[in-house]
Design a protein around this ligand. Structure first.
Ligand code: PEP
Ligand code: MN
Length: 448
């Protein structure tokens, strides 16, 4: 078994996108605290997810991964967690029912607190003057508030990430096993504002059909356990090395290292350097992992990443999350898939239709067009269908609330509406109605 490199060895590789902490003693104290904290997930649960992703790799299941771009500590409330879980459950029901395919459910939740940034500094006009401060890097690193104090990286926040993730996961586990995710609740998930939307009404019809099927099943004496609970998994970008390294533990059962901060962790587009620290650390852990692949990825880059991150070529271990942008996917994706497939590399392909489609509205808000998101997913399906490979899933930024962050969709949100309820501290998310709409459109693509 290869041994996990030390934190010092990782730092010697010059990792990208790391906080510059002013006080190294405080970093050491936070890391020490984390090293002794109990695991947030079990290695065995990570193995179970890996098996499910192996089914995605084989073309037998579809992965739905979604949640905030950036979770916040303030966002750890019962309502917020329930709303996100609820929209993901609704989407999964639509996909499962309409496309008759098992859906592997993974939240960008309970650990998604650290953000890579394209610029280290942020400039705003404050009281008529331009002020430049370090960029916000997620609640894991510094504060969102635009003040010099808030923007100083504070390692104690890593301990707060652990505690917030623990609280979130505790609630998620209670919801998914305690009756909330029971299929007999399909109607009750469709509440309030969403119910009156066209997508909500369409969902209502699906829920009624499921109800009828369940009643029939009960009448013939079948009431399997699967009706009453769901499998739901946590995931986040493995970005801050102090945190991910401290949460990497040797599993007592297998003597193998696992990153027990989440079931699935991924490497972002900005930190996927082959000889970089993130690839190095994740090459040693046994969790199922992902890598984001943007439009500059060459087929050889993809092969080299697969060789390093999945040398045994185990199905379920590695997921490629492509994020090309609607305008580039139809040309950019085929060469990657062709070469990876020709080499016999086992990988699940999933589509992130968000990160290649971000732009700044004239009002200054970062946004995405719902139509571009759908167009990228459609391009992803078209490319896979043409090559005979399996479009294995979608990776989306969404929220369970009625926010106004992405434009378009059935509610026809316009750029002028963005200010009404823009709450993301990072990238724009699909709101609940847009998320449901997406799931119906994806279900149609799956069915064809
Ligand atoms: C993200 O998923 O929020 C993100 C930053 O993605 P990417 O690494 O693909 O840019
Ligand atoms: Mn994002």
């Amino acid at each position: 078994m290869s041994t996990v490199p030390t934190l010092e060895q990782l730092h010697a590789l010059g990792p990208a996108q790391q906080p510059s902490y002013p006080d190294s003693a405080a970093v050491a104290a936070a890391v020490q605290r984390l090293r002794t904290a109990p695991p947030l997930v079990f290695a065995g649960e990570c193995d179970e997810l890996k098996e499910k992703i192996a089914a995605v790799t084989r073309g037998e299941a579809f992965m739905l991964q979604g949640g905030d771009c950036a979770e916040t500590f303030d966002g750890v409330t019962a309502d917020n967690v329930r709303n996100k879980l609820r929209v993901l459950l609704q989407m999964a029901v639509v996909l499962t029912y309409a496309a008759s395919v098992p859906v592997v459910k993974v939240g960008r939740i309970a650990g998604q607190y650290a953000k890579p940034r394209s610029k280290d500094m942020e400039t705003r006009v404050v009281a008529g003057e331009e002020v430049t401060l370090p960029a916000y890097r997620g609640d894991a690193v510094n504060g969102y508030e635009f003040t010099p104090e808030a923007r100083i990286p504070d390692p104690q926040r890593l301990v707060d990430v652990y505690n917030s993730s623990a609280a979130t996961l505790n609630l998620v586990r209670a919801f998914v096993t305690g009756g909330y995710a029971d299929l007999r609740q399909v109607h009750t998930w469709n509440t309030d504002f969403v119910k009156s939307s066209a997508a909500g009404q369409r969902y209502e019809a699906v829920a009624s059909e499921i109800d009828r099927a369940l009643t029939f099943m009960r009448a013939i004496g079948a009431d399997p356990d699967e009706f009453h609970r769901v499998d739901f998994h946590s995931s986040h970008e493995a970005l801050v090395l102090e945190y991910e390294h401290a949460m990497t533990r040797i599993d007592s059962r297998t003597q193998q290292p696992y990153d027990v901060s989440g079931h699935f962790v991924w490497i972002g587009e900005r930190t996927r350097q082959l000889d970089g620290a993130h690839v190095e650390l994740l090459s040693h852990i046994k969790n199922p992992i992902g890598v984001k692949l943007g439009p500059t990825t060459s087929p050889d880059d993809a092969l080299a990443l697969a060789a390093k991150l999945n040398p045994q070529n185990e199905a379920g271990r590695l997921t490629f999350i492509t994020r090309f942008g609607a305008g580039k996917i139809r040309e950019g994706l085929p060469p990657l898939i062709e070469k990876v497939t020709a080499e016999g590399v086992q990988v699940a392909w999933i589509c992130d239709p968000m990160h290649g489609n971000t732009f700044e509205a004239s009002s200054g808000y970062k946004t995405r067009r719902f139509d571009d998101v759908i167009d990228e997913v459609q391009g992803f399906f078209d490319v896979h269908r043409a090559l005979g490979t399996w479009p294995g899933g979608v990776h989306v930024e969404l929220t369970g609330d009625d926010v106004t962050e992405c434009v378009g969709g059935g509610e026809e949100l316009a750029e002028i509406d963005l200010g009404n309820r823009y709450e993301s501290v990072c990238d724009p998310r699909l709101n609940r109605v847009q998320s449901l709409e997406l799931s119906f459109l994806v279900a149609e693509m799956l069915r064809k």
